[in-house]
Write a protein that binds this ligand. Structure first.
Ligand SMILES: N[C@@H](CCC(=O)N[C@@H](CS)C(=O)NCC(=O)O)C(=O)O
Length: 190
């Protein structure tokens, strides 16, 4: 398999953490690139030009971190990361994915030239981040929901350190610090 990713992408990290947890990583050739540079190698495998993108051993192309994680869960069920409570796991994973989406949108907004930044848009993303941080439950499993949340919280620490979520949610911060010691998280630290 071939996985296109970027070292700082929280979506790419999520998929790589899943691959490490399942010990699939040795079967995957990871190609790290910058999707914003429109590398022809990436555009040849996905018209979206986004990472992560996976090419399976059968030559199929799979976009989107959640679908790639689902594929990994099918080909290597141990440990199962979307268990029998499928809807519950996917609902927690979707909430955490929304946290990543809002954080990513906020970061992109801040990268525009100053005169083109829209403060109201940044504020909207920040409010969504803060509401979600107040709402999200501390995971008791490192399943797809837990992995997505860990990648999202770590991304906040990395790119939006001004959002002091650790003071508001110390038990969540302690959880992140604990799971951050897992080899899968250590190996994917940007
Ligand atoms: N929903 C997608 C989001 C993927 C995504 O937005 N990736 C970013 C990198 S962090 C990207 O490649 N952006 C390039 C672009 O939007 O052109 C997923 O979960 O995989």
């Amino acid at each position: 398999m071939k996985l296109y990713s970027s070292p700082t992408s929280p979506y790419g990290r999520k998929v790589l953490v899943v691959a490490h947890e399942k010990r699939l990583i040795d079967r995957i050739a990871v190609v790290q690139l910058d999707p914003w540079a429109n590398p022809p190698e990436l555009l040849a495998v996905t018209p979206l030009g986004k990472v992560p993108a996976l090419i399976t051993d059968d030559g199929a192309s799979i976009n989107d971190s959640t679908v790639i994680a689902e594929y990994f869960d099918q080909i290597e069920p141990d440990p199962k990361l979307i268990d029998t409570n499928r809807l519950g796991v996917l609902a927690r994973a979707a909430l955490a994915q929304g946290l990543i989406d809002a954080a990513f949108a906020a970061v992109l907004e801040r990268r525009r030239p100053a005169e083109r930044q829209w403060d109201a848009w940044f504020a909207r993303q920040r409010q969504a981040i803060e509401r979600t941080l107040a709402d999200v439950a501390r995971p008791d499993q490192f399943d797809l929901g837990g992995i997505t949340l860990a990648c999202g919280l770590a991304y906040l620490d990395f790119r939006l350190p001004e959002i002091d979520w650790r003071a508001a949610r110390p038990e969540l911060a302690a959880w992140l610090d604990r799971v951050a010691r897992r080899p899968s998280m250590q190996a994917t630290n940007p």
